[in-house]
Each structure stands twice: as structure tokens, then as C-alpha cells.
Ligand binder design. Structure first.
Ligand code: SAH
Ligand code: MG
Length: 220
């Protein structure tokens, strides 16, 4: 049985800027509640303005764990000025470069979740490199180039505890459906091919995989 977030959480989610449709968001929330039973932190790669982080934070609060959300807050390639997903409101007027951190902090404050979400500000591979704690859930929603998606997979999938979940956004198996490339689809295939992850559910472009084995193999 699916458990829905509280109405005030749904309202905060709907009001937040970002790239997470409601249906996929509900699937993410459900996965986060499931993973929260392990009693380990939940981690998101790709905060942007905090839209999906609201759902992870709400699930973490329910489960009594912490949600971590990671971003350098300078935006992905397709969010830069002149590109399709650019939002001029995300530009720091003093520096003239993107900075989504202030919007994220407002979003989190308004959702009443500051105590349940920790922001990690920096590049995903740099943070992954110094990471040592097993995670109940890793949600990969960062950069969409192969370089970034592969680094997110390689950096974070090993930290998913056995029984925990690896969730990947923007998985488009059909090239004609994709809007920012198929790199997330390729890491989804890597995860399945590794022998360590088994698919739990698919909701539009959101895939939920469970870590069922310790060893992560590489395909040749
Ligand atoms: N989860 C968000 C959307 C994330 S958009 C939502 O619900 O709306 C992708 C984000 O990934 C961008 O904010 C971008 O700055 C970040 N990002 C891209 N590559 C990154 C990297 N290598 N390290 C850290 N953050 C990265
Ligand atoms: Mg996404």
C-alpha cells in the first residue's frame, strides 16, 4: 500500500521549483520510507532548488533518519543561461553565475524540514571520495552527461547498504523519449548488469533498484 506524504508536504513540494513530477515524486517518497527502515541516512545527488529533497526530508523525518542532499549549486549544463532549462531567477546577481542554494534553503525552511535535511555543497565525485558511511538510499538526479552519471554511479552505488535502494531519475530507454540524453539509462543498465542490484519498481522515468548482493561487478 502506497503511503502519501502529509498534505503540507505535498503543498510545499508542488510550490517548489524543480524537475520532479508528482507521480515520480510519490514513488520516490515510497522508496525513501522503505529504505528508511534500515535506519541509515538517505542521500540525493542533485538538490537544485530542493523539490525532491522535500520528499526525502519528509520520509527521513517519518523514519527517524537524516536526509543528505548534494549539489554544487551551479547548475547542470542544460540549466545554464541560454539553454532550455535555464531559470533566470537562479542567477546570483552579484556574480552572474547560477546559485540555487538560497532558493533551496527557502524551500526547506518553508517546508519545515531544516532539521531533517543536511545540504552537502560540492562536486559529487569529490564528496563521494571522502564518504565512509553506508546509506539506506541513494537517489541519483545530478548531471546528465555520461561523465557525470558514471561518476555518480561509481562514487555512490558502492555506499548503498545491502537491502538499501538505488533510485535513478530520467531513465529513458527509448532515444526518442529522452530530453537530456540517455546517460541515466546507461547507469541503470550498469547497475542491473553489476549483479548487485535488482529492480523493484519503475514509475515513468524513475527506477528503484534494491541492493541484493554485496559485490558490484563490472560488465566487459
Ligand atoms: N532533484 C532536483 C533536480 C536536480 S537537477 C529536483 O527535484 O528538482 C540536477 C542538479 O544536479 C543541478 O542542480 C546541478 O547543479 C547538479 N549537479 C550536476 N552535476 C553535479 C556534480 N557533478 N556535482 C554536484 N552537483 C551536480
Ligand atoms: Mg531529474
Amino acid at each position: 500500500m502506497a503511503v502519501a506524504p502529509k498534505p503540507e508536504i505535498l503543498a510545499a513540494f508542488e510550490a517548489a521549483k524543480g524537475f520532479m513530477p508528482l507521480g515520480e515524486g510519490l514513488a520516490l517518497y515510497e522508496a525513501a520510507l522503505d529504505a528508511g527502515r534500515l535506519g541509515l541516512p538517505l542521500l540525493e545527488v542533485g538538490t537544485y532548488c530542493g523539490r525532491s529533497a522535500i520528499l526525502l526530508g519528509a520520509a527521513a523525518r517519518e523514519a527517524g533518519v537524516v536526509a543528505l542532499t548534494l549539489d554544487h549549486h551551479r547548475g547542470s549544463e542544460e540549466q545554464q543561461p541560454g539553454w532550455e532549462y535555464h531559470d533566470p531567477e537562479t542567477v546570483d546577481p552579484e556574480l552572474g553565475v547560477m546559485d540555487t542554494l538560497p532558493t533551496f534553503r527557502r524551500t526547506l525552511y518553508r517546508a519545515g524540514l531544516e532539521e531533517h535535511v543536511v545540504a552537502l555543497v560540492g562536486r559529487s565525485p569529490q564528496i563521494a571520495k571522502v564518504w565512509g558511511t553506508p546509506l539506506g538510499l541513494v537517489f541519483v538526479d545530478g548531471g546528465h552527461t555520461d561523465e557525470h552519471a558514471n561518476a555518480d554511479y561509481e562514487g555512490w552505488a558502492p555506499h548503498v547498504a545491502e537491502g538499501g535502494l538505488l533510485v535513478i531519475h530520467d531513465v529513458f530507454p527509448e532515444p526518442e523519449d529522452e530530453f537530456t540524453g540517455q546517460a541515466p539509462y546507461r547507469i541503470y543498465l550498469r547497475a542491473l548488469g553489476s549483479g548487485a542490484f535488482t529492480e523493484v519498481s519503475a514509475t515513468d522515468s524513475l527506477r528503484v533498484l534494491r541492493r541484493t548482493r554485496a559485490g558490484i561487478r563490472e560488465q566487459g
